[in-house]
Ligand binder design. Structure first.
Ligand SMILES: [Fe+2]
Ligand SMILES: [Fe+2]
Length: 338
């Protein structure tokens, strides 16, 4: 006879508490919907869905996990020594003898943030399956959820098995994910995830796929970036034309959200967690990250994709442009080109 566990027993409560310690719980009120119209098909979304189906890869078998990654090992020019070499120099908190350690810590930080962001994409896109009214969009979003599960799988295995070093989620990214999970308006979820988070991620992934120090992560980031390009296209397709039909107040709310999201994501790239873990001068590190021309150029490169999409959606308003310029996320002359 099977013994039914007593759910009020001390051991069960202890286990639940232990699980809860690893959770970020977000209360949410939103409207889930079903759509009985199976006839009208949005060919743009459906084409993306078809591409998703034939582009599936297997994180277990399509990645060469046999390669031995030695966290902390010296890097040669060919395997990533150029990465972040600018961090040694004028105003930097990193002494030359710690450059190799910095490169690995930076890689661990980036991969950890990719991993947390992938889980954010997994859960927020699952929300879209429930909330978007369009059935084609629900179908596509479900296939994106499968992609994101695979991305979480790949990054989690890499971080756990190859680096054995994980950073907690960056506070800016955590706040944005919290906002998105408590958000009831589905178009804002698209704006936050498919436009801002994935827009930043695709450039960061592409740069990582050529700059990181081992072939395993270069392969993972290259394959994930290919999927992300379709996810961004999905967001653009879903939101195109939408903001010409909303009220001025509704538009203002979307703009306010974008301003907050841009600010949160801009601060994410100050590397505070890396300076802290390496026991370096944090104030000096933050100042360096804010003012170093290479770091500023890196942030501007990341934001190029986001700006491109906001322009397509007619959401590159004066307030958004002013913030991008004030945060040095774009060169002002770029915004004048239409
Ligand atoms: Fe992803
Ligand atoms: Fe994605």
């Amino acid at each position: 006879m099977t013994t039914v566990p007593d759910e009020t027993s001390e051991s069960t409560l202890f286990t639940l508490d232990a699980v809860k310690a690893d959770l970020m719980e977000v209360d949410a009120m939103f409207q889930a919907c079903l759509n009985w119209n199976y006839g009208d098909r949005d060919s743009r979304v459906w084409n993306l869905y078809e591409k998703n189906k034939v582009s599936q890869w297997n994180a277990t078998t399509d990645i060469d996990w046999d390669h031995d990654v030695q966290f902390g090992a010296e890097l040669s020019e060919e395997n990533g020594a150029r990465l972040a070499s600018f961090v040694v120099g004028e105003g930097s908190p990193v002494p030359r003898e710690l450059l190799t350690q910095f490169r690995w810590e930076y890689q661990a930080w980036m991969c950890s943030q990719f991993l947390h962001g992938e889980q954010g994409a997994l859960v927020t896109t699952a929300r879209l399956v429930e909330t978007v009214p369009d059935l084609d969009a629900k179908t596509y979003a479900a296939s994106q959820v499968a992609d994101e599960a695979r991305h979480v799988e790949a990054f989690a295995r890499y971080v756990d098995e190859k680096l054995q070093s994980v950073y907690p989620i960056n506070p800016g990214l955590k706040t944005l994910l919290h906002d998105l999970l408590s958000e009831s308006r589905w178009d804002i979820v698209y704006l936050g995830m498919q436009v801002v988070v994935e827009g930043l991620a695709i450039t960061a992934l592409r740069l990582a796929s050529s700059g990181f120090g081992d072939p395993v992560i270069r392969q993972i980031t290259r394959m994930v970036a290919q999927d992300e390009a379709r996810h961004i296209a999905f967001g653009v397709t879903a939101l195109t034309g939408m903001y010409s039909q909303v009220t001025a107040a509704e538009l203002r709310e979307r703009e306010d959200f974008l301003l907050e999201a841009i600010q949160l994501m801009s601060r994410r790239f100050m590397l505070r967690e890396v300076w802290e873990r390496m026991d370096l001068d944090v104030a000096k590190g933050l100042h360096f990250a804010r003012t170093n021309p290479m770091m500023a150029t890196y942030r501007q490169m990341l934001f190029q994709q986001v700006i491109l999409v906001l322009r397509q959606l007619d959401m590159l308003s004066d307030r958004v442009k002013d913030l991008l310029i004030a945060e040095n996320l774009v060169r002002p002359e770029t915004l004048r080109i239409r």
